[in-house]
Design a protein around this ligand. Structure first.
Ligand SMILES: Cc1cc2nc3c(=O)[nH]c(=O)nc-3n(C[C@H](O)[C@H](O)[C@H](O)COP(=O)(O)OP(=O)(O)OC[C@H]3O[C@@H](n4cnc5c(N)ncnc54)[C@H](O)[C@@H]3O)c2cc1C
Length: 501
């Protein structure tokens, strides 16, 4: 509630005044245009900012009492323990060409880089490490240094050029064809194939497999490598930072900037039918395609209704938030240097775990992504205490209780972990969806990223619908999941082209 009140207050103090000036300017031109955005996740807010930058009067309607969707920080366990409900670590926000152009630092966003971007403990008590400096990384991976450099340097060195092609919908001709062709050549391979062909060391293979597993694809599926390559390249180009104060700081900075442009955010306002928005020149929906179907009803052409109802959700996640009495007691001490830790053993074991989920089963020894932000940001927990979250992949909508298996994995690499737990909050897929209706069946990627859906989300028209004033702008559109705002920004640009016509 506090976050919501802050947003309302800021709206009253600065936003309305700015909005009035804008209205005056438009009224003088005789062309006041207005827009509504349904959903204040990172993409809804990015879309709203893009429209407001073009002089459109924008109102964002958010169902929940705190804006941010998957980028919210909330006391989920005990008083004073501030947990990231969704996103915690932000290579894609730091590496977003749209966010880069916004004055988010002026609105309080501060990135913290842990000394090591990510650690991956193994059963021998050591950990593979991912660091920002490419030379240091090549030294760390020993015999695999040359291969690591050969694969990753072209992408990390040309990160901003690469984003022009990979963070936009498929554009022909590509802006950087050679770079994109190179990405296609490596990224199209299944991650297990690339890891085994390119790297000799078990540590390097595990490191790469863990990053590729962020794709939610089985590591034997084509294009699973591309996720590992993009995440590793981002680590070397922009790091894997966490925001001081949690992911809410990204949302708050986006909202503050939107308000400075005259935009308005209305929290606790679920939209059930588009008619509730009144007369608007354009509407962006930060929703899943399935929800857009419900919102729009027969306003959509039957072709759209078909393609939206065919859109496939991805696997879900089972997430646990922890309030801890002390830092996680990792056996491999280097793990305490990283905000992100990949737990799940070697490349083979991760591949088995992800294949199970791909086959519609839960894994006996789940691969897990763990974050421990309070080690690097004291604002997350009372003095001397800590927060962490962990999640593993499960089939969409799974009702299986993964907690015992997840904590067995934690004990394997951090003996004594359970004794440090002061409180835990468990989020099976159903409860994640309850907190954010976009997380259908626990899917945090806005839809499966295999087959054609990797490129054509939710179809070849991307953001556009049969109604020229209605656009989809959530992570169900290109470039997909992650806090980067590019889906919202791209959708708004398409909407602006319609408005100009
Ligand atoms: C557990 C978890 C961990 C994650 N970890 C990371 C990470 O570390 N790094 C990273 O980059 N990404 C991470 N993500 C993914 C990231 O959070 C999402 O990709 C991102 O938030 C998608 O943004 P979005 O705006 O498309 O949707 P969302 O963030 O889901 O926002 C959609 C918003 O729209 C609102 N809404 C929907 N329908 C309506 C309606 N009818 N009326 C009003 N409001 C509506 C919802 O309430 C919500 O606030 C994680 C996600 C989860 C859940």
């Amino acid at each position: 509630m506090q976050g919501g009140w802050r947003h309302r207050k800021a709206k009253i103090s600065g936003g309305i005044f700015a909005l009035d000036l804008r209205r005056v300017r438009f009224a003088l031109k005789g062309s006041l245009q207005n827009a509504a955005v349904v959903g204040a996740g990172p993409n809804g807010l990015a879309g709203a900012i893009t429209l407001a930058q073009a002089g459109i009067a924008v109102t964002v309607y958010e169902a929940e009492s705190i804006a941010g969707g998957g980028a919210r920080t909330i006391e989920l366990t005990l008083p004073g323990f501030r947990h990231d409900f969704g996103s915690a670590v932000h290579p894609m926000a730091a590496g977003s060409p749209f966010f880069r152009r916004l004055p988010l630092a002026a609105h309080g966003l501060e990135w913290i880089h842990s000394p090591v971007a990510m650690a991956h403990p193994l059963d021998d008590g050591t950990a593979a490490l991912l660091v920002r400096d490419l030379d240091e990384q090549c030294r760390l991976v020993g015999k695999d240094g040359n291969a690591w450099r050969r694969i990753l340097e072209p992408f990390s060195r040309n990160w901003w050029a690469l984003t022009k092609d990979i963070l936009q919908p498929l554009s022909l001709p590509p802006r950087h064809p050679l770079l994109l062709a190179r990405m296609g050549a490596c990224g199209a391979l299944p991650a297990s194939t690339l890891a085994r062909r390119a790297f000799q060391e078990a540590h390097t293979r595990a490191l790469f497999a863990g990053m590729a597993a962020h794709s939610f694809l089985s590591l034997t599926q084509p294009f699973s490598s591309s996720f590992g390559i993009v995440l590793a390249a981002a680590a070397h180009a922009v790091g894997w930072p966490i925001p001081r104060g949690g992911s809410q700081a990204i949302t708050d900075a986006l909202i503050a900037h939107l308000q400075s442009l005259g935009g308005v955010v209305q929290i606790s306002t679920p939209v059930e039918r588009l008619e509730e928005l009144g007369r608007v020149d354009v509407a962006l929906c930060d929703t899943t395609p399935r929800q857009l179907l419900r919102l729009a009803g027969d306003r959509l052409h039957s072709v759209d209704r078909q393609r939206f109802s065919r859109f496939r959700p991805g696997p879900g996640v089972f997430k646990v938030d922890y309030a801890l009495s002390e830092p996680i007691p990792w056996r491999a001490k280097d793990c305490a240097l990283a905000a992100t830790v990949h737990v799940g053993g070697g490349e083979m074991e991760i591949a088995v775990s992800e294949s199970a989920v791909g086959d519609g089963r839960t894994s006996k020894h789940p691969f897990m992504i763990v974050t421990q932000p309070s080690l690097f940001d004291r604002s997350r927990a009372p003095l001397g205490r800590h927060t962490a979250w962990a999640y593993c992949h499960v089939p969409n909508g799974s009702t299986e209780n993964m907690l015992p298996r997840m904590e067995a994995q934690m004990e394997r690499f951090a003996p004594g972990f359970q004794e440090c737990v002061l409180a835990r909050r468990v989020f099976p897929p159903r409860d994640l969806e309850y907190m954010d209706r976009n997380l259908e069946g626990g899917d945090v990627s806005g839809g499966a990223v295999d087959g054609l859906q990797l490129f054509l989300r939710p179809g070849w028209r991307f953001y556009a619908t049969s109604d020229p004033s209605l656009y989809l702008c959530s992570s169900s559109t290109p470039p997909g999941g992650g806090v980067h705002g590019m889906c919202g920004h791209n959708a708004a640009r398409m909407a602006l082209r319609h408005l100009r016509r």
